[in-house]
Design a protein around this ligand. Structure first.
Ligand SMILES: [Zn+2]
Length: 395
């Protein structure tokens, strides 16, 4: 945790909560379907024995690690709250407005039983792909986007386009993919574990090997490709961390899970570009020194509203992504309605209505421009936005 604290204040993470509504009936899990036609009791007993053995190998310190995972999930990673709540038998929240993306992720998690959740929490694997990407994925080389690279073309093209669209300095800014598959990369897990948990090489190797066994044991983890491992995207400014991390460059990361989720509910044509444009807008803020890293609700809200406005400006601008506004709006309707229930404070990231108002305003700036081909400088756009902000939040 040593270097995390200062960084969290500047990470603009796009977090999506999933509701804690339990489904009445779980669909047949992969595990069950694989067992079909085999003597099930014997298979089940073997599995129980293997799990007991795995549990018995956990070092005495495992409770600390478990507690750390759970605390962090409950506090800072609302998209995992449902998993943590299930593990801790916490009552579901009031927040049951079932947006399509939440419903989709909930269905993807219906076969996660207590063992699957316990081991996910005790090993920290819900967080490792994100944190490893944050600290160690610092080179633009060999990047791909989507579990099978299915978004690589779109993401690379949009990133290039955003750099052209904006007048900020983008030399040295990189974009990286976030993949759950890294959980099976022993060297990466060891490197991360030593840095983040401060473990010895031997202890780190133990956890890396345990994670590999677990990912192989539980089909629910889908070989690391389950979308929950990478259900976010973030932007981070250049940060000197030192030690094995060195320098984190200006960086945007795109998770496979979040892009897949939106594609699966019908927004594959707009979600990757829209999410990337939002994160790019945070880079604009970092560079202009306008990012409020204090973490106050008002500061966070204006950061997010500007990112929504800038992203809508780019997406709908004739010389930006030139998308139909109607289509952008349909996506934002789903995307922004995650707002209210996600955080303890409803002002945290702005309410869905405020965020949509900011996006509509960004669109109007592109659409009402006297010269359609003209692109405002980032400074001009921000100045206009700051004038509009009181109106956007006075709703
Ligand atoms: Zn944001």
């Amino acid at each position: 945790m040593k270097h995390l604290k200062p960084l969290t204040t500047v990470i603009a993470t796009l977090l999506i909560i999933i509701t804690s509504c339990k489904k009445d009936s779980a669909p047949l899990s992969n595990a069950d379907s694989k067992l079909a036609g085999k003597p099930q009791t014997e298979m089940a007993l073997n599995k129980q024995a293997r799990l007991r053995k795995l549990r018995s190998t956990l070092p005495a310190t495992y409770r600390e690690r478990l507690q750390k995972s759970v605390d962090k999930l409950l506090l800072t990673h609302p998209q995992y709250r449902n998993v943590a709540r299930q593990a801790l038998a916490i009552e579901p929240t009031e927040c049951s407005d079932a947006t399509p993306i939440r419903q989709w992720l909930n269905v993807e998690l219906t076969d996660w039983d207590d063992d699957v959740i316990f081991f996910a929490l005790v090993t920290g694997i819900l967080d490792i792909p994100f944190l490893h990407t944050l600290y160690f994925e610092n080179s633009p080389a060999n990047q791909y986007f989507g579990v099978n690279g299915e978004y690589t073309h779109t993401i690379e093209k949009t990133f290039k386009d955003l750099k052209r669209f904006s007048n900020i300095q983008t030399n040295g800014m990189i974009i990286v993919g976030m993949h759950g598959k890294m959980l099976l990369d022993r060297e990466k897990v060891i490197q991360f574990d030593r840095f983040y948990y401060g473990d010895s090489q031997e202890d780190a190797a133990f956890w890396a090997d345990l994670i590999t066994s677990l990912v192989n044991e539980f089909p629910q983890y889908r070989n690391g490709d389950h979308p929950i491992f990478t259900f976010n995207a973030f932007a981070v400014p250049r940060t000197e961390v030192g030690g094995p991390v060195g320098t984190i460059p200006n960086k945007i990361a795109m998770g496979d899970g979040i892009m897949d989720g939106y594609a699966r509910i019908g927004f594959g044509d707009v979600a990757p570009q829209a999410i990337l444009a939002h994160e790019f807008a945070h880079q604009v803020q970092f560079q202009l020194g306008l990012y409020d890293g204090e973490g106050s609700p008002e500061g966070t809200r204006s950061n997010e509203l500007l990112a929504d406005a800038y992203s809508a400006y780019y997406l709908s601008h004739a010389r930006g992504a030139s998308m139909q506004w109607k289509r952008v709006q349909q996506f934002l309707q789903v995307f922004l309605n995650i707002g209210d229930c996600s955080f303890d404070s409803s002002n945290h990231h702005g309410t869905p209505a405020e965020r949509m108002a900011a996006a509509k305003w960004g669109y109007s700036i592109a659409n009402n421009a006297q010269k359609q081909g003209h692109i405002l400088t980032s400074q001009q756009f921000v100045a206009l936005f700051n004038k509009q902000l009181p109106v956007l939040v006075a709703r």
